[in-house]
Design a binder for this molecule. Structure first.
Ligand code: SF4
Ligand code: SF4
Length: 336
């Protein structure tokens, strides 16, 4: 296993970490087996979230007696002081620990998000107080749009950023270089493009060749996935001609039909959160997280079926995705 320093946190993290979403669909016992194997493989970084249903709890149970083997990261959608402070306490309890190494603002997106989170009564102030109290060691944030990532890099309180990066989503690369210059750690989410890329070894090789990325966190629930991802980190040398050719093939196959979650299609005329519809469809079909995807989809105020076909989103999508057609597929998959 290789290790890199996670920006100004100074944490020496393995370049492969555990993305905690799929833990929801296994058992605490299987989670324990997974963590034991990760220790053997040299993986020392775990990321989860308040929003991943039982993920924090399963990880907390599995970590009994192994807490010192991992750096623990979690995150919350709370934007104000009170709710973030409460979420920190819940995470500590779920994870059965007295400190969390990295607590992140989860999916920060709008201007209103930033204004509240970074205000005197905001979530960041709550996290800073948690740091003073020794409950949290470092503060980070996650985002899906380039604009939000750029804004995060203007806030020195933020020690790490988490952003999608993979063979078909490289829109964050220039800002990863900027993050490196500012000594901000870069955590890569969606390394397999939400399950669209099936060659896990190639996907990890593509990300890890970029020294501006500190750690990639593929979702893992099976021992074989952990072994494949860890093995990919051990392959030396630049991408080969064959790997480059396979990357081009994947790009050709996915490029015309893959949502990069850039958000340029917004606002939808009827208020549909278009990228979230596609994301939930991915969890439903590819990640075997049907219940979770259905619950989150059910909570969305405007469903894919509400599309009136005005076409305005498609005019704004830089990747020329057939959004209306794809939303019909989402509506069919969820039945609404
Ligand atoms: S075509 Fe459908 S999804 Fe696109 S803006 Fe119009 S209503 Fe919204
Ligand atoms: S549908 Fe197009 S514009 Fe909208 S988020 Fe996806 S890639 Fe971006």
């Amino acid at each position: 296993m290789k290790y890199r320093t996670l920006g100004k946190t100074g944490l020496n993290v393995s370049v492969v970490g555990l993305g905690g979403i799929p833990v929801q669909r296994i058992t605490p016992e299987k989670t324990r087996e997974l963590l034991e194997r990760l220790v053997q493989l040299g993986v020392n970084f775990i990321d989860t979230a308040r929003g991943y249903t039982v993920s924090e709890e399963y990880l907390g149970a599995a970590l009994e007696g192994m807490r010192d083997k991992f750096y623990l990261a979690t995150k919350s959608m709370s934007r104000d002081y009170e709710h973030m402070a409460a979420d920190v306490e819940t995470s500590l309890s779920n994870l059965r620990t007295d400190h969390i190494d990295l607590y992140q603002l989860h999916n920060i997106k709008t201007q209103a998000d930033f204004e509240l989170a970074f205000s005197d009564k905001g979530a960041v102030a709550a996290l800073q107080d948690a740091v003073k109290a020794g409950k949290v060691r470092h503060i980070g944030a996650t985002a899906h749009s380039v604009d939000a990532l750029a804004e995060l890099l203007r806030h020195p309180e933020i020690e790490t950023v988490m952003f999608p990066y993979n063979i078909v989503e490289n829109q964050g690369e220039a800002l990863f270089a900027q993050a490196k210059l500012q000594n901000v750690g870069v955590i890569v989410m969606k390394p397999m493009a939400g399950g669209s890329i099936e060659d896990g070894t190639l996907a990890m090789r593509y990300i890890l060749r970029n020294e501006n990325c500190t750690v990639a966190i593929p979702g893992m629930a099976e021992l074989a996935e952990a072994e494949e991802n860890a093995a990919a980190a051990g392959i030396e040398g630049p991408l080969t001609e064959d790997e480059l050719a396979r990357i081009e093939t994947i790009r050709e196959q996915l490029s015309g039909n893959f949502c990069r979650r850039c958000g340029y299609c917004a606002p939808c005329t009827v208020g549909i959160d278009i990228p979230s519809c596609f994301l939930m469809e991915g969890y439903l079909k590819r990640y075997d997280l049907a219940d979770w995807a259905r619950t989150r989809y059910a909570a969305m105020s405007a469903k894919a079926s509400a599309c009136i076909g005005c076409g305005k989103c498609e005019m704004r999508c830089p990747y020329e995705l057939p959004i209306r057609e794809k939303l019909r597929e989402v509506a069919a998959a969820f039945g609404e």
